[in-house]
Ligand binder design. Structure first.
Ligand code: PRP
Ligand code: URA
Length: 210
């Protein structure tokens, strides 16, 4: 696998992913699982954030200890399904700002259509993590990152729960500078652009619009 791609095979993530895929999992549990998986993935995807030393006083003595260095984060969910990951990642990094990119896949052409974009004003001072549970053809993720790059963030990472090999190939070719974090790379895309075995339509399952 390309060095730009990180598969998060932590047992807790893989266990939760099984229930996420199950067609008998209802919307409430599905939403909870998406949030929990996003939280665990965020923990792994921020593993290399630099630390700096600070001095504090415990009730017992003064001590030198560590805090995250000046780097600031922004999360950018791709609407709609990416919204399901926001609460989980904010639990890990509550001070992060949140931008939004609205894209949907035209069901006939499978091409992404942009309908909304609102990013933090200081995004050029931030490390960005883009959120979307699914990377299928890669079209939506590629376009979202292209839109975000226009605002010159310090760096961009892309976090999805399930990717198709076709999406990974297209995404890494279009944005070789963007690290891709996923919980699983599945088998293939079917003729309707759905990931096999996948989990179905993530947005519909999160919001109960099946
Ligand atoms: C889904 C998913 C991704 C996109 C992936 O969104 O959340 O954004 O499809 O497909 P791609 O890699 O082939 O572009 P969808 O268009 O169904 O919109 P929704 O989130 O509003 O349901
Ligand atoms: N979008 C989804 O929600 N699921 C897929 O399998 C492909 C695209």
């Amino acid at each position: 696998m390309n060095k730009q791609v990180f598969i998060m095979d932590h047992p807790l993530i893989q266990h939760k992913l099984t229930f996420l895929r199950d067609k008998n999992t209802g919307s409430k549990e599905f939403r909870e699982l998406v949030g929990e998986i996003a939280m665990l993935m965020c923990y792994e995807a921020t593993r290399d954030l630099p630390l700096e030393e600070t001095t504090i006083e415990t009730p017992i003595s003064k001590t030198k200890t560590k805090v995250i260095a000046g780097r600031k984060l922004a999360f950018v969910p791709i609407l709609r399904a990416g919204l399901g990951m926001v609460d989980g990642v904010l639990r890990m990094v509550p001070a992060a700002k949140v931008g939004h990119i609205g894209l949907y896949r035209d069901h006939e052409t499978l091409q992404p259509v942009e309908y909304y974009s609102k990013l933090p004003l200081d995004i050029n001072e931030r490390e960005v993590i883009v959120l979307d549970p699914m990377l299928a053809t890669g079209g939506s993720g590629i376009d979202a990152v292209t839109i975000i790059k226009r605002s010159n963030p310090k760096s961009i990472r892309f976090m999805c729960i399930i990717a198709a090999p076709e999406g990974v190939k297209a995404f890494t070719a279009a944005h070789p500078d963007v690290e891709l974090y996923c919980a699983a790379v599945d088998d293939h895309l079917n003729e309707n652009g759905y990931i096999v075995p996948g989990l179905g339509d993530a947005g519909d399952r999160i919001f109960g619009t099946l």
